[in-house]
Design a protein around this ligand. Structure first.
Ligand code: CP3
Length: 398
């Protein structure tokens, strides 16, 4: 049947009819036609659409490089996770970090959203604290809370515990990434790591924080220790990202999620040099680099200066305004408020069209949410949203 639908190789047919097609119970059937290719939709039509071009020609990677694309590529931060019933089932008997260290499960959880949504990229299922645990930091992820650190890092002596990350520290990542690259075919896999401010905030606070008091008190009160800490974190992050790229990740994203809590001058002085070093260390790999934070409207220009090809924007700054704030020569990623997906479809549709329209003012645009998918999101809304972005952006405006 597949042959009549699409002229794909036997190899692809094996891949598509393998893991990717094993849609879980409750997974929405996708009848009708793909809005972009016009092809009858039986399997994942974007898998089929992407088969001939190599990964480098995928719309996602082309947009990262600001090359012309047939439609705006789309993926969702936290596309894998608690919004999916099959995720909750697969994780039921395993802790979050343990799951991140289990290659088969990482592979499965990374693929789950691709069975439901026509997204243009997969993101490795992992967490920003995985490299910390891999170098021996006592850290766990508590359900409903987030990362919790056994011994917070607040002194020079505490720093000694943070050694650089060697490729041999994360064999499970290399295994999962290699398996995923084989499964995904021409769909790119995004690797990621936490940004220096965000990682430091968990280590210093000992867990999640709203006001980051202890973090800021160390940043202002002991700049030498602050920079020593961020420098070590940058080394760990570089090692972690290089391991992902070496195994086949086609792009990387640095999530400095909580950097928006500091002002531009402090960011420039206390964080930017470390982020810049991370991006510079990855430059030679040739994979596109994305830099994202929440509430970073005032920092967008500086985050662009750190060196990534793509700047992620949260929902607080419209994309046409973000274009003015970020230096030329960057692609933008974002930025539908994830909470919009909790509203009726006509609201989602109207807001998503607005994001696509404003995204046209950027040199290149990758559609995403302004932050991660909320656990209460209906996966059906996300499936419709990915299709809407493709059809809306493939249309010539006017
Ligand atoms: O995007 C994806 O699909 C990949 C998955 C991903 C996870 N964590 C899995 C996860 C990514 C990209 C992350 C990054 C991450 N982790 C960030 C940066 C991105 C962001 O959201 O700003 C941060 C700050 C963390 C730290 C962290 N880990 C938090 C705040 C939480 C949520 C705590 C909670 O229970 O509400 C986690 C746990 C976590 N990481 C979950 C998932 C799917 C939930 C774990 C569960 O299933 O209970």
């Amino acid at each position: 049947m597949l042959t009549r639908l699409c002229p794909v190789s036997a190899d692809l047919r094996r891949r598509v009819t393998g893991r990717l097609r094993n849609a879980p119970d409750g997974c929405r059937a996708r009848p009708g036609h793909c809005p972009v290719t016009g092809r009858p939709r039986q399997l994942r039509c974007e898998k089929i659409r992407n088969v001939n071009p190599p990964t480098g020609e995928s719309p996602f990677l082309r947009a990262c490089r600001r090359q012309p694309v047939p439609y705006t590529p789309v993926w969702f931060m936290r596309q894998a996770g608690r919004s999916l019933p099959e995720y909750r089932a697969a994780r039921a008997s395993m802790g979050m970090l343990q799951a991140c260290f289990t290659p088969d499960l990482v592979t499965e959880l990374t693929l789950q959203p691709l069975r439901r949504y026509h997204v243009d990229a997969a993101i490795l299922f992992s967490d920003i604290v995985v490299p910390l645990r891999a170098v021996g930091v006592g850290v766990d992820i508590k359900a409903g809370v987030g990362p919790v650190i056994e011994h917070p890092v607040r002194s020079q002596r505490d720093l000694q515990r943070l050694r650089p990350l060697e490729p041999g520290d994360v064999p499970f990542i290399s295994q999962a990434v290699s398996a995923l690259v084989a499964e995904l075919g021409s769909t790119p896999l995004i690797g990621f790591a936490g940004g220096p401010f965000t990682l430091a905030s968990y280590l210093i606070e000992g867990g999640p924080s709203k006001s980051f008091d202890t973090t800021k008190s160390l940043m202002y009160g002991n700049p030498a220790l602050w920079h020593a800490l961020l420098s070590r974190l940058a080394d760990i992050t570089i090692g972690f990202l290089r391991a992902q790229v070496a195994a086949g990740a086609a792009a990387i994203q640095l999530f400095d999620s909580w950097a928006g809590t500091i002002c531009p001058d402090d960011y420039r002085q206390a964080v930017l040099p470390h982020s810049r070093r991370i991006f510079a260390a990855l430059a030679g790999t040739g994979v596109p680099r994305i830099h994202f934070g929440v509430g970073t409207g005032e920092l967008l220009g500086l985050m662009g200066e750190a060196g990534a090809e793509v700047v992620g924007v949260d929902w607080r700054v419209p994309l046409d305004e973000a274009v003015r704030r970020v230096e030329p020569g960057k692609a933008l990623q974002g930025n539908l408020d994830p909470a919009v997906l909790l509203a009726p479809w006509d609201v989602v549709e109207q807001r998503a069209r607005d994001v696509v329209a404003r995204g046209r003012t950027a040199e290149a645009h990758i559609f995403n949410l302004g932050h991660g998918v909320l656990p209460s999101t209906d996966p059906g809304q996300l499936a419709r949203l990915a299709d809407l972005v493709h059809s809306e952006s493939a249309r010539v405006p006017g």
